[in-house]
Design a protein around this ligand. Sequence first.
Ligand SMILES: O=c1ccc(O)c[nH]1
Ligand SMILES: [Fe+2]
Length: 352
Amino acid sequence: MAVNESQLVQLFEQVLTLSKVDASQSVAILKSHYSDARTVRAATDAALRLGAKVYAVELPSFNHPRAMGNDMTAYCGDTALTGNPAAQRALEAADLIVDTMMLLHSPEQEQILKTGTRILLAVEPPEVLARMLPDSEDKARVLAAAAVLEQAKLMRVTSAAGSDFRAPLGQYPTVTEYGYADEPGRWDHWPSGFLFTWPNEEQAEGVLVLDVGDILLPFKSYARERITLEIEQGFVTGIHGGFEAEYLREYMKYFKDPEVYGISHIGWGLQPRAQWTAMGLHDKNDGMCMDARAFYGNFLFSTGPNTEVGGTRKTPCHMDIALRRCDISLDGQTVVAEGEVIAPAASRVRQG
Ligand SMILES: O=c1ccc(O)c[nH]1
Ligand SMILES: [Fe+2]
């Protein structure tokens, strides 16, 4: 199925309106040669129809010789913007940047946001954008959950598969993703609908058992056998199992960087329009699979960078791992039970 151009413009008009784009705003469309041309065109047309002053910043693509695969989250930190202050200044001049080439997990993104410029990442296929069109209810639900997470001192994750992971919290802020960039200095990602934070440095500990069906990104694979991760003092110290554990070990070892084993963002999914099954219907090169990061009731665990919240761990290897059927509690209060969103009530999707 394919979204037609006029539909896509209307969808961008909705999301840019939610992102407070109007005739008072300047909108920069950040692109490279690999950007989705339909997305670039629709974002441009929509911003113009909303009366904004629109310009494009095109950057020659950046490829690190050690990067593998085409998933934009597979090699983080250095981007086409790295070392290009003139382009960065051109972007900082905008009120909103529609990022169709992926600056996420780069220090440059944080510098741009600090100027008050908003960034909306949109790199998923247009059909995925359409299926997970954000709305203000998504924002309300994610913010309701964030109100609990930002007060929490301890996150605990357990599961029937054997996970028992504890992460003391408080050192880092809570990050919300609800699909549009409506506040000064806000970064968001369309599509999304989840929230996360980082454990206090060197304090996360325990065991995470990736069960059959759990998702490993950027591999874009469903685990077919269990993989057991041992976490000590904020780092993955052991990866046990069969072939898939060996594959994960070998992949992470390839980067020859001890920081790849650091725990990155941890949180849970609140997007009912995201589907656990969606990844199986897409090719590996179809975007970065936000369905896996956002599906309702997942536990999203990740390794590697913490630059997004001012940390110094700028490591290129970033694993996003989505677990099903976990129990997630904050200071003893259950927010997700066996993959079902329980609390706060305002974060749950209204049934019926
Ligand atoms: O939206 C995103 C996408 C990737 C990621 O690592 C975090 N959030
Ligand atoms: Fe991530």
